[in-house]
Design a protein around this ligand. Sequence first.
Ligand SMILES: [Fe+2]
Ligand SMILES: [Fe+2]
Length: 413
Amino acid sequence: MNKDETPSFSKSAETHLPSKEVQSRESSNHITVGRRSFIRGLGIVGATLLPGSALLMRQAEAQEQSSGRLTKGDADLLRFAAWAEIVESDLWTQYNELGGATTRTGGNLAYKLALQNLDGDMPQYITDNTDDELSHVAFLNAYLKSKGAEPVNLDRFRTLPGSTATGVDKQKIGKRLTSLLQLNVDLSWYTRYRGEENPDLGAIFKGPFNILNEPGIPLNDTDTPPNTVVPAPPIPPGSPAQRIQAIANTAGFHFAFIEQGGTSLYPTLALKATSDEVLRILLSIGGVEIDHFSLWHDKAGNAVSQPLAGVIDPENPNGAMFPDLNDPAALARLNLRFELTQTNKILPEPCDFLFKDALPPCSVIRPTSTALGGAVATVKSFTADGLFNGQPEGFFDFAMQLATAADSARRKL
Ligand SMILES: [Fe+2]
Ligand SMILES: [Fe+2]
């Protein structure tokens, strides 16, 4: 760009004043910050103005930090992150057993072939994503323990049936934490990252199509025999391969759904961290979740572009139909705009950020608000996904307890 050239939006953006609503929200932030700085500035004299309980709390926090222990808020953030990573590890382990590159059992041939119709490297990517999640759990729990904080263990909830198809680890049948047998995959992330509006500022997105009550893994060998012939795409209509291909396509979109959740969750948690080290942990693991999301976003697009587009699950035609999202005629039928569906537009479109229409559009992760991207929102969205079908009330109580604590954490300066 020429030195004197500036993007066309910058002039108007500089002079554009935030809306009244934004101004009032901003000014209340300034009041908060101002008061905090004011009290800090008062030092010992100011401290005498604090109520006794607040002073004691502050002294306890200072002691925690100087003794190398975590503040309660930081421990709560990492404990929820550990919960989310245990959930991720369980589901990725199931995907890896059946579709990964390195499995003890050799996996499920038909499923692997169908996954490779999305990308020849799918098995390797699945194995690597699984390793990443397992490392996240091991690190977070070890770090919590090293700081004298309680780690997270969900073993008592590993009771779900899971798949019995060729390829699963037989010892784990009946011992799953998550269910991949009947998924409702929320695809709103697909249009959200192609849109120019931000959910944190009120925008609502709908996915380009629906995946409802569809498995993400083969259920059993009767439903999808592991020796099913799965041709390279296109998959002929009426072919027995349509069922296993629809399951593999669902997995492709489910991978992206899970990882976009982590992509929003980690920055949301990081904004509440007090210690530099906890901030570093959340940013560094969070970055890998973004990396995962970007990869799966690209692969999922191959299920809805030629030559693979058009697969319909014969067992669930209304719940798993994968249209061609690059085909103008199909888009017109679905009442969709091409710019919100184009499959190779996988990098986040610049959108409103912080304030609506007040600043230039910016390519960012969204959402990053606690309400939409935080811990409670994550539990709710994973639950709606069907991941926890069959879990008892105690599972949800424990999840919400950890999530509420994490969402309540506040950065202490
Ligand atoms: Fe992770
Ligand atoms: Fe992840």
